[in-house]
Every structure is written in structure tokens, then in C-alpha cells.
Design a protein around this ligand. Sequence first.
Ligand code: NAD
Length: 394
Amino acid sequence: MIFKRAVALSSGQPLSHGRGSEGGRGSVRRYRKKLMSISRRAFIQTMAAAPFANLIDAQEKDHIGYCIVGLGRISMGHFMPGCLDSKKSRVVALVSGHRDKAEKEAAKYKVPAGSLYSYEDFDKIADNKEIDAVYIALPNSMHAEYSIRAAKAGKHVLCEKPMATSVADAQAMVNAARAARTKLMIAYRCQYEAVNLEAIQIIKEGRLGTVQAIESANGFVERAGEWRLNKKLAGGGPLMDMGIYSLNACRYLTQEEPRYIEGFCSVIDHDGRFDEVEENVSFIIRFPSGIVASCNTTYGARMDGYVRVHGSKGTLQLQPAFSYEGIKLTTHIQGEADTEKADKLNDPAQFTTMADNFSDCIINDQEPKTNGDEGLRDMKYIAEIYKSCGRQTF
Ligand code: NAD
């Protein structure tokens, strides 16, 4: 089963170079060929031989060493600086297709030359004892391949959202982590952010009364030439990238799983940017309790992420809800004074918190709150939305 799913992942469309490409079509093809050439038995044996010693070592440490896979905006601008502010999470290795860029970053984080890898020699991370976990910050369709290779190398995985570009890939990632006994966490940073957590608490305590409806939106204007507009790399448009925040928020705020979910897509700007992916998606959800949610996402307009939750006794609003800093919560609740509270921590504090949470899970052998199953659920709902829009993911 595991083998079949891993092959399903590898039999997807060939990856192509996007702008700022680091990886390479060649390396992906070689890996795919390699995966396809091993038998089910050999695959299981490889998994069984994963260096479990690494996992035990990690539990004896007071900090976790991260290997950063993909030196782009989120890793260099946020996650790695977030590790600098941490005692538990350290950058100890880098994977990049650009040696010069890797060397520059290595100097900032005191990463030794022997801990710089290319995508081709990525699997050698298995021999590096300083690496406990990898942080995957690559274009979406590459998440599954590098998560699975990392698990096979005996390394824990913190993977950026969206977890993958298909349900099959997401399931293969969960299976690989299970087989290797490594941990898999999806980087849903808002689920570790204090103001979002306070909103969850207010709803849980029933202060809004019976929650009836949620509205959310999140989007931005995407420029031509970005990999996010390339279906093979992104898996889809704004739903994969930005709408996923609204979807995930509706789930963590209600603590319910959607019973019905459907969407509509559209393209308004026929300027070539949306030849492969949608420009707009609007989706609606009905939860088992009867709560209804309506969400919009776009690559055609600036849409500061927000969430409004309406209950029989009041309303709460998170706006901005998903930004790197300054998340603000306002409440209007019957019998209570109106409140307004903003997150005071500056970027990259959310990344420090998220990385430290994963480091704690590794050190204390606990399951991450936003584990692979949590990411997989979103992938299933996204697939449902695309299906109802008449568009498939891979
Ligand atoms: P980016 O384009 O800035 O960086 C991507 C990295 O992947 C670059 O280093 C690039 O060189 C490398 N790469 C390797 N092979 C490539 C290929 N074939 N084509 C293009 N790039 C290739 O992207 P980003 O904004 O850093 O996003 C990376 C991931 O992080 C995405 O999955 C995205 O959804 C996620 N992300 C998460 C957050 C968050 O707040 N959690 C925010 C932004 C992005």
C-alpha cells in the first residue's frame, strides 16, 4: 500500500522549472525512476532500515537541528530568522540548487560547509547526526517527494502548507512518516498563534452563544511568472495557497469537520496569468452542528485575511487573521464590554513558536497538533471544492 502510494506520487506530471528554480527536472525524474524501480518488498525493507538511532538521539537533545530545504521567501525571510530567536530550534544544514546562495546563508547561521546539500545529494542527510528534522519550503508539488525522502533518511518533517497537491501525495507522506516512525507536522502557524488561540477559546466557552455563521477571505494580486501560477508546481491557484487559511480557520474555530463543502471558480483577468490555475474561488461549508461558512480567495485583488464568526450572543472578528504579525481580535458580545486585542509580537515570532512547538514534540515524543492527518483532511476538502468547481487537482 505504502509503495503503491509512493509510486502514485511519482507518476504525476513532470515538474518543470519555475522562476528562481533551484531543483531540477533531472533530479525529480531520477528520483521518480528510482522509486519506480524498487519493488514493494525492497521499499518496505528500506523503510524498516530507516536510521531509528537518529530519532532516539533527537529525544536526548535540548534543541532540534533543522535542515532547511529550499532557500526562498518563507525560509530565508521568516523561518530561519525565527530559529535565530530560539534556544530549541537551530538551523544546522541547508539544501539548495544555488551553492552561492547557500554559502551566504550558511555564513549567517554558522552552518558548516559539510552540511550544505544539493537536491541531488539530499539523501545524504541521513548520515548527518546534527540534522534531526527538515523544514520543507519548496513549491507545493515538491513537498511530498522531499518529505518522503526525509522520512526515509530518518528525519522528522515540518512541511509548509499546503501539505501537497493531491490527496494521494498527502497520504503517501503520512504513510512514509508512519513507516519510518518519524514525526510529520504541517506548518499551520495560525494554530500556534496566541490571538487565533484566544478566538478558539472564546467560541469553546460559548461566549458567542450558538455559532451560526462564519465569513472569511484571504488573497492577493499574483504577478505573472511566479510558480504559484504554474499548475504542475502549485497544484492549483489561490485556494491551495491562500484559501487554505480560511478553510483551516473554519475548522479550528468550530472544532468541527465539514459535512458538505462546495465551491465555484472563475477567471476574470484573461491576461495569461490564469491559463493554468483559477483566479478566484468562493466556497461554502456546512458543519454537522449546522454552522455555515462562506469563504473567498483570489489572486486578482488584495484581500487582507479576515474571519468573522457570528453567534446568537455576539460576533468576533480576526482582522488581520493570518498575517505574520499584528493579528487583531475584536469582540462584540451581549453583556460584555467590546474588546480589541492585537498580537504584540513582531515577525518572525510566529515562526519561532511554531518551530519550537515541533521541537518540543520531537524532544518529548509527542504527536504534533497539526500532524499529517490534519494536512490530509484539508487536502481532501480542497479536492472536493475543486471537484465541485469542475476542476481537478493532479
Ligand atoms: P519561493 O518561490 O520564495 O521559494 C521557493 C524555493 O524553492 C526557492 O528557494 C526556489 O529556488 C526553490 N525551488 C526548488 N525547485 C524549484 C522549482 N522547480 N521552481 C521554483 N522554485 C524552486 O516560495 P515561498 O513563498 O517561500 O513558498 C514556499 C512554500 O512555503 C510554499 O509551499 C508556500 O505555500 C509556503 N508558504 C507558507 C507561508 C506561511 O506563512 N506558512 C508563507 C509563504 C509561503
